[in-house]
Design a protein around this ligand. Structure first.
Ligand SMILES: *Cc1c(COP(=O)(O)O)cnc(C)c1O
Length: 402
């Protein structure tokens, strides 16, 4: 005999990610609330001294302190784990805290990391400045060059492979299954930052990645309100990550978890709308005289188009393009827009525009920038949910200023 609650869990486990995003992880309390409850409490009460001792030792599961576990945060973790097809997930105070937690959980002095060279700027800083200082070296490789990943392996010390796909800002697509195979041959774990796609569009674990992580600050919130992150993967790996979080402190706030739960309810619909707007904008830009090249995997001419089609259910909400001209031309384009926001944030209902070479990638050396294709005439747009005709009109204002 199974209970109604168990049957409900089974139905959800087999449901689509869109359904899981709305209902996953919520185990109704005795109050019979319909919407997810917000538990703003730092600690929890025990039945007795003996109960306290057993909960502290872990012999009896249950809440002790909200740095360790919190019921609202737990709903978020279970929901993300379900959507990513993971055994478990651990929430963190920001996307960077998720990356830090993975590094702290799995790296030690003398270990080696192979990373895509096209990763979030602060992730570079974590690898180079902080883990470099602790005796962990990182080798950077071009995201799509499988031979380079293989050649970078140091037998016996390479512990992690790390990548983002699609890459920022050029939307290169990594073959997750091929890179996972190289990682596993080397005895390393493949970590994928799935922030740009979210589990609504791509589930890296299905293709053989070991750990997937997110900045929930971006599309999962979707409205630019709160910072958070999450790591998902196998149960034994998540126990290591939680061990770091509960002892060292970068836990997710329950209030932020509640915001992300509300964000997740609309994630699938929002991602479809982001992708539709981005596709239309990419096609329009591609046909303009003042535009030299558009980078968006949804364009059939993009080198990663076929792979993205296999690996993702849609092409994402971020695109970039080179204007004909130099840095001054790119800046004139950006300054002539009147609707979109000039900011480096992404994954928001509001469209944002940024000049990568002088902002998000300004700290990268000019040679590395050139190698990565981030030229001075490149502009990145994180396409929001405004009406696409208004976005096209704003881009036309930019083009007219060239
Ligand atoms: C924003 C971002 C991060 C960092 O997340 P925070 O929530 O800002 O700490 C990591 N990876 C990617 C791809 C991002 O876009």
């Amino acid at each position: 005999m199974t209970t109604d609650a168990e049957q409900r869990q089974r139905v959800l486990a087999e449901a689509h990610a869109q359904t899981q995003a709305i209902r996953g992880g919520h185990h109704r309390t005795h109050e019979m609330e319909h919407s997810e409850p917000l538990f703003l409490t730092s600690s929890y009460v025990f039945e007795s001294a003996a109960d306290a001792a057993q909960r502290f030792s872990g012999d009896i599961p249950g809440n002790v302190y909200s740095r360790y576990t919190n019921p609202t945060v737990r709903i978020f973790e279970e929901r993300i784990a379900m959507m990513e097809g993971a055994e478990d997930a651990v929430a963190t105070s920001s996307g960077m805290a998720a990356i830090l937690a993975v590094c702290m959980a799995f790296l030690k002095q003398g270990d080696h990391v192979v990373s895509s060279r096209s990763i979030f700027g602060a992730t570079n800083v974590v690898f180079n400045r902080y883990f470099g200082k602790l005796g962990v070296e990182t080798t950077y490789v071009p995201l799509t060059d499988i031979d380079a990943w293989r050649a970078a392996v140091r037998q016996g010390s390479t512990r992690l492979f790390y990548l983002e796909t699609p890459s920022n800002p050029l939307s290169e697509i990594a073959d997750i299954a091929a890179i996972a195979k190289v990682a596993h041959e080397a005895g390393a774990l493949l970590v994928v930052d799935n922030c740009f796609c979210t589990p609504a569009l791509q589930q890296p674990l299905v293709f053989g990645a070991d750990i997937v992580l997110h900045s929930a600050t971006k599309f999962i919130d979707g409205q630019g309100r709160a910072l958070g992150g999450v790591v998902a993967g196998r149960r034994e790996h998540m126990a290591e990550v939680l061990g770091f979080i509960r002892s060292c402190g970068p836990s997710m706030s329950p209030f932020n978890a509640w915001i992300f739960l509300k964000g997740l309810e609309t994630l699938s619909l929002r991602m479809q709308a982001h992708c539709a707007n981005a596709q239309a904008l990419a096609e329009w830009l591609n046909a303009q005289d003042g535009v030299e090249q558009v980078f968006y995997a949804g364009l059939p001419g993009h080198p990663g188009h076929a792979l993205a089609r296999r690996q993702q259910s849609a092409f994402g909400g971020v695109l970039s393009f080179r204007v004909k001209g130099d840095k001054a031309a790119a800046w004139r384009f950006i300054d002539a827009t009147r609707l979109v926001s000039i900011t480096a944030n992404l994954g928001d209902a509001k469209t944002t525009i940024v000049h990568p070479a002088t902002t998000t990638h300004a700290r990268v050396s000019p040679e590395d920038r050139a190698g990565a294709g981030i030229t001075d005439n490149l502009i990145r747009v994180a396409v929001g949910l405004e009406h696409v005709e208004d976005l096209i009109a704003d881009m036309a204002r930019g083009l007219a200023a060239l």
